[in-house]
Design a protein around this ligand. Sequence first.
Ligand code: F6P
Length: 467
Amino acid sequence: MSRLIVISNRVAAPKPDGEGGAQGGLAVALSAALREYRGLWFGWSGNRIDEFTGKIDFQRHDGVTSATIDLEEQDVEEYYNGYANRTLWPLFHYRIDLAEYVRSFGAGYERVNERFADTVTPLIDPDDLVWIHDYHLIPLGAQLRQRGLRNRMGFFLHIPWPPARLLTSLPAHEHLVLSLLAYDVIGFHTKEWLESFQNYVERELGGHCEPDGTIHVGERSVHAAAYPIGIDYKEFREAAESEAAQEAFERLRKSADGRGTIIGVDRLDYSKGLEERFLGYRRFLEDHEDWQGEVFLLQIAPPSRGEVHTYEKIRESLDELSGRINGEFAAVDWVPIRYVNQGYGREDLAGFYRASQIALVTPLRDGMNLVAKEYVAAQDPEDPGVLILSRFAGAALQLTDALLVNPYSKEEISDAIKQALDMPREERIRRWRSMNEVVKQEDVVWWRRNFVAALQGEATQDERAAG
Ligand code: F6P
């Protein structure tokens, strides 16, 4: 059997006990795949050094081998903080107003992809399957081909793919997209991102897309399809049943003191629509005075990418906005928003989700959004909460029984909160059952099996039906 080589910017392979905290769902799924196929997980260690050496640090824990390299300060600045998070991230989330086009970022991005290619090439055997993840490493497949690799190679994008008209604002956009043709399989979360990609290929590259997912550009044919990522349902249900989750549930219920809890859990990122969410909630408090003092919003938002200016700015704006709303509406015994800049482990989150009557998951644009799926999985089947979900999250295409809202509209957010609070138990159960079925069936194991099958050259059931 072929080995699997997973390559991503960050490596979330298991760590020795007590280090690095709990693994996320994706990390658990990829670790399981690596145990099944052997192989290794390669990427950046997260450490910075004065001069790049290419030295690889190998570690093996729980049957998974990780191989990491350190990067130079300038690499991190130009590749990670620069091209990945100041150019591609905003552009791919439809925020060309925030995208920065700086030549040195592009050069740093190419350089680090070359460094990845130089160091990982000797670790890859001729019949290994290579699976590369996310926007940090789009050109890596082409770099590996230039070094003579003929392996089956796949790329999965964890964020949206933007419409062609936005993408063409990126200098050297063709070069970037053409480099994707080095892969055998290209995966997106949803049909929407896939269609934007196909549209770009036809408009800008003169390519041709077949209904079975084959894309032809010149001599090259690749397979592009939607593979919606899921959560590790079984593992998350277990987390939700754990003692720690039960304690978290009781802690939140006790502190709620009979009030309804609306929960939001997001990385502190402008794509998550947190300002718009706070304003929508504020609108709800204004529209429905009788609910003041009866509900509160618990927004958990651990800071991320703090070296990037736009992230510093969003943090400042949210500090200011939450303070303003609290000052405006709070009473001596009630605060409308509990704004927490701290991350929590899966078991705590599962308990908090179950204790909350509503989840507000309202990103302005999101590749998938797994918080929405985790909220569903954590619910009590006899008394489930209501999911309010942005129609611009990839998850909205699967969780059609959520209350779908336009996250830019304060009125829609306000109305949805009211509808959720008034929703009869039978309707909550009906909606939850249908969403839970999807979350359970289309879990992360299903996702990675489908992708790896495509990488091995096998058509998935959906593709056979479409073909
Ligand atoms: O969802 C996109 C993504 O880049 C993931 O790959 C990553 O785990 C997450 O966002 C957090 O981003 P970062 O690694 O920059 O902290």
